[in-house]
Design a protein around this ligand. Structure first.
Ligand code: HGY
Ligand code: MN
Ligand code: MN
Length: 406
């Protein structure tokens, strides 16, 4: 048993669905409260001061901010996608605490403030906007727009936060907190298998692809599945189906990624033509121009298919994340630190979004990846070997010691 495995075992059952084995840790729910309570207990056990910023992001401080120079922050997120894996997010928060435990046990004393952060609603699984907590902190989303975001049950972010005992009036950019930060280093399970292919336990992120989320609403006309003639139908399911295939084709044609992973047929009767289909597109690309080209090709196809079936189409963007290139100096410093520890860390791009990608707009940010043997993520099958997780903790501890040592 190591400190890492102790923390891992404590958090593992929180928010896990017995049926799927996946996690349903949605922000401001009971499962989220369980994760936060775990983080607060862990911080207290390490003699750290845990608290929340106005956006509900958790900050556990080894030395309080503003005390001695710009802070070094690590961490990630504790929320999940529906039926997500155990590693995406929590690995970074647990490894942050475990790295601090390792440094304290070795008698290291930071020369500047050090914190472990857990950003809220990183997956956007409940309120639809990815990295909501870090976007609010950095001013990347308007707080009024955020307060009005609603979940599938129609509960607003403001209502959910109030019910969880937080004041939604405090949402918004926090320049004072940001000014106290010097660097953010997020450890995350790799969402891909590049490290496995390179036989490396730990890697360093080069950047994050441009990506975004769009909602497509296909409005048709409800009718009886067993009576209305095919020629008379205005079935929204048909343009939706064509658009799914067109998205796949656009991604293949242009070298991007495009996915429809969430769809709602309204009202959802087996023996009825839907009145509407609501669908969400996730599109990503190595640069903004390609992302735009993929989106244009998808929307063109949706527009033509909708017209062919007399279905009305509306498209709205729900979340946008620009291409991110992490601070090259910080990335090189991490590679150097790890090299001195005998760890050869490849530098990799990723298509997965992270809070580090949002914070990179306001302060030097970097990421450490831990090998994922299958590359699978956003699935209960997501896995990283314990030896690689422990290697990640050792790598993070070395990085924190270097960044906070003077
Ligand atoms: O969607 C993503 O890339 C991240 O997991 N939020
Ligand atoms: Mn994720
Ligand atoms: Mn994540």
């Amino acid at each position: 048993m190591t400190f890492f495995t102790e923390l891992w075992d404590e958090l593992l059952p929180v928010g896990r669905d017995a049926g799927s084995g996946g996690y349903r840790r949605y922000s401001w729910t009971e499962a989220d409260a369980g994760c936060r309570a775990w983080a607060e207990r862990t911080a207290a056990g390490l003699g750290m001061q845990a608290g929340y910023d106005g956006n509900g992001n958790l900050w556990a401080w080894w030395r309080p901010p503003g005390s001695a120079g710009p802070a070094v922050v690590t961490g990630s997120h504790l929320d999940s996608v529906p039926d997500g894996g155990a590693f995406d997010g929590p690995l970074g928060v647990i490894s942050g605490f475990a790295a601090i435990g390792k440094l304290r046990a070795a008698g290291f004393r930071p020369a500047r403030p050090v914190a472990v952060a857990a950003f809220t609603e990183e997956e956007g699984a409940r309120f639809g906007v990815a990295c909501l907590g870090s976007r609010l902190l950095t001013g990347a989303i308007d707080p009024d727009a955020a307060r009005a975001l609603r979940d599938a049950a129609g509960i607003s972010l403001a209502g959910a936060m109030s019910a969880a005992g937080r004041d939604p009036a405090l949402l918004g950019r926090d320049d004072e907190l940001l000014a106290s930060l010097g660097a953010y280093v997020e450890l995350h399970v790799e969402q891909g298998s590049a490290l496995a292919g390179l036989d490396a336990a730990v890697g360093v992120a080069e950047g994050i692809w441009a990506h975004g989320r769009w909602r497509l609403d296909f409005a048709g006309r409800a009718d009886h599945a067993g009576t209305i003639r095919l020629a008379d139908r205005r079935d929204p399911m048909l343009p939706y189906a064509k658009t799914v295939l067109a998205a796949r084709q656009a991604a293949a044609d242009l070298g991007g990624l495009a996915t429809f992973g969430k769809v709602q047929a309204v009202p959802g009767g087996v023996n009825a033509i839907s009145s509407a289909v609501h669908a969400w597109l996730d599109a990503r690309a190595p640069d903004e121009a390609t992302l735009l080209a993929v989106l244009d090709q998808v929307v063109d196809a949706a527009t033509q298919a909708s017209a062919a079936h007399q279905v009305r189409l509306s498209v709205s963007r729900e979340s946008a994340s620009p291409l991110v290139t992490f601070d090259p100096e910080l990335a090189a410093r991490l590679v150097g630190v790890l090299d001195r520890e005998g760890i050869t860390a490849p530098v990799l791009p990723t298509g997965a979004g992270h809070d580090a990608g949002v914070l990179a707009a306001r302060l030097p940010a970097a990421m450490l990846f831990v090998r994922n043997p299958t590359g699978v993520s956003h699935s209960p099958a997501e896995h990283a070997d314990l030896a690689d997780c422990e290697a990640g903790v050792a790598a993070l501890a070395a990085v924190l010691a270097d960044l906070a040592g003077s």
